[in-house]
Structure formats: C-alpha cells, structure tokens
Design a protein around this ligand. Structure first.
Ligand SMILES: Cc1cc2nc3c(=O)[nH]c(=O)nc-3n(C[C@H](O)[C@H](O)[C@H](O)COP(=O)(O)OP(=O)(O)OC[C@H]3O[C@@H](n4cnc5c(N)ncnc54)[C@H](O)[C@@H]3O)c2cc1C
Ligand code: FES
Length: 285
C-alpha cells in the first residue's frame, strides 16, 4: 500500500511521485486532494491529485520540497512506502462543457491543473492553458500542457521565458470570449492577482485554495475561509471556490499564522539530520 512506483525530479526541489493506492485511484477526480502523513507522529499535509491510473491503481502527486514533511516525502525512493495517505478528499472540480476555459497553473500546481485541464478538454471545451513560474528553471510539464491545450501561454515572474507577469491575460480576455477561468497556485497572492485581472471582464473565475489544513475532514476548523461573506471550510466545502467572492485579506493573514513555527521546524529537522549524519561519519572513522 502506498508503494512508490515512479519518482522524478521535474525542476529544482519539485518532485513527481506516482504511488500505488487502488482505493484512491478508483475514486479520485480532478480538483481533489490527498492528505499524507510521514511517520506515525508526522504532520499531516495536503497535496492535490495530479493524475490517476485506475487500472494500475496509481495516484500521482507533484510537490515542492519546502519544509519538513515535503522534504521527507521527497527523500523516499522508488519501491519505498509512504506511511499514511488519506483520500480522495475535498470536492471534485465542476467539469462541464462551458465553451472556452482558460486554465492557469502556477508553479507546482501546474501538475493538478494538467489533470483538470485534460478533463475540461474531454468534456468538449476549447482549452487555453497558461503555465507560470518564478523563472524558466521552475516551469514544469510544458510539453504535457501543450499536448492537451488548444493554445498554451507561458509566463514567468522575471520574464526569463514567455510573458513577464500576468498582465498579458488582459489581451486574451479582450481578444476572445472566455467562458470560465480556473486558477491553481499555492501562492495566494498570484491567485488574487488572477481574480483581480478577470473581475472587470465578468468571467467566472474558480480558484483552488490552499489554506493551512490539519485533519482535512472538516473537524478542526483550521482551513476556515470566507467566501461571499460566509464561513467555509476549504477541505470539505472546497477546495475550489469562486475567486471573485473570496476574502483574500483574511486568507493571506491566516496562511501567515504558522510561518514562524514552520521555519523553526524545518531548521530543527535539517539540524537533527546533520547531527545524525556527522555522528554516523564519526562512528565510521
Ligand atoms: C488543499 C491543498 C492542496 C495542496 N496541494 C499541493 C500540491 O499539489 N503540491 C504542493 O507542492 N503543495 C501543495 N499544497 C501545499 C502543501 O500542503 C504545503 O507545501 C505543505 O503542507 C508543506 O509542508 P512542510 O511540512 O513540507 O512545510 P512547512 O514546514 O509546513 O512549511 C514550509 C513553508 O512552506 C510554505 N507552505 C506551507 N503550507 C503552505 C500552504 N498551504 N500554501 C502555500 N505555502 C505553504 C510556507 O512558506 C512555509 O513557511 C497544498 C495545500 C493545500 C491546503
Ligand atoms: S482542515 Fe480541519 S476543518 Fe479543514
């Protein structure tokens, strides 16, 4: 169970892992996520599903190695088992024939966006995809996205490849009728910018939110967001919401709450790892 079948590095600190879990692979739909726990006492952390193969019982995740848990996951090798994986969690994306759908995948979330964009294509939509990253080294899945899209645009924050920033989206929205925009990024500020860009054009913009989560099942309340003036729990009511109704100030401030503790935890984990390694070296002298 949860044995790693394939592991690849897609870009610096961005890993793809395909693992075996027949139950999740038989039920998962685009937009849903899994919660992974590394070891019995490990923190539980969510990753959006980037693809499945029900025949092989395969589930794909793509993740950034940012802190303790994601680095531990990234250190596992093919053939090893991921301790505990719960899912699929959250609601599936609303996949229908809308007409023209613009799919934006920022950074690592290009992975789950590729899975969702393929479903929009299969449902008969014209699919425009936009993949973005901080710089060209961090762009992932360009060929895969190109293959499933009617049109692909590339954008980087520093302009090292494609358009610089997201302002060019205005030209797309002015140039053709877009019926729906979907945005995925772990950078809340990027999704907020996307929503502010689409708002004047009145195009419904659905975004996948990534607030801090604990249980992922609606019990703890940590993932609370406010959408259209109503309190929602992203793990059970989302994670996809109408971006024009999200209270972005609240979401951004809640995401910063644990940043100090996360930094300390990562540093401690790195230090303990170094201490163990140096003690191991000493025993070999
Ligand atoms: C529903 C959902 C789906 C997600 N899907 C993916 C995914 O497919 N791929 C992926 O790489 N990440 C995804 N994330 C973010 C991922 O869960 C966090 O990066 C992870 O929890 C980090 O855990 P850690 O212990 O490695 O790092 P921590 O020590 O917990 O954090 C290290 C640093 O990572 C950043 N970080 C932590 N949590 C988040 C978050 N929720 N959003 C943005 N930045 C964060 C912060 O800068 C923090 O300082 C998702 C989050 C949610 C809520
Ligand atoms: S993560 Fe606990 S309620 Fe959503």
């Amino acid at each position: 169970m949860n044995r790693i079948l394939v592991k690849k590095e897609l870009a610096p600190k961005i890993k793809l892992i395909e693992f075996e879990n027949r139950d999740i692979a038989s039920k998962a739909k685009p937009g849903q996520f899994v919660v992974i726990q590394m070891g019995e006492k490990g923190e539980r952390f969510p990753l959006t599903i980037s693809g499945i193969d029900p025949g092989k019982g395969m589930v794909r995740v793509i993740f950034n190695e940012v802190g303790k848990s994601s680095k531990r996951l990234g250190a596992l090798a093919e053939g090893e088992e991921i301790g505990n994986v719960a899912g699929p969690l959250g609601n599936p994306a609303e996949i229908e024939k809308f007409g023209t759908v613009l799919c934006f995948g920022g950074g690592v979330m290009t992975g789950p966006m590729a899975y969702e964009a393929a479903a929009f294509k299969k449902a008969g939509n014209r699919v425009i995809t936009v993949i973005g990253a901080r710089n060209k080294e961090l762009l992932i899945l360009k060929d895969e996205m190109n293959a499933l899209s009617d049109k692909l645009y590339v954008s980087t924050d520093d302009g090292s490849e494609g358009y610089k920033g997201l302002d060019f989206l205005r030209d797309i929205l002015e140039g053709e009728k877009v019926d729906r925009v979907i945005g995925m990024s772990v950078a809340t500020a990027t999704l907020r910018t996307l929503c502010e860009l689409t708002r004047p054009y009145g195009v419904k913009t659905i975004v996948s939110l990534t607030p801090i989560m604990l249980d992922g099942t609606g019990m703890c309340g940590v993932c609370r967001v406010v959408v259209g003036g109503q309190t929602k729990f992203a793990c059970v009511d989302g994670p996809e919401f109408d971006g024009h109704l999200v209270d972005w100030d609240l979401l951004e401030s809640r995401k910063r709450v644990y940043s100090h503790e996360e930094r300390v935890s990562t540093l401690l984990d790195e230090q303990v790892g170094k201490d163990c390694a140096s003690r191991f070296q000493q025993t070999r002298k």
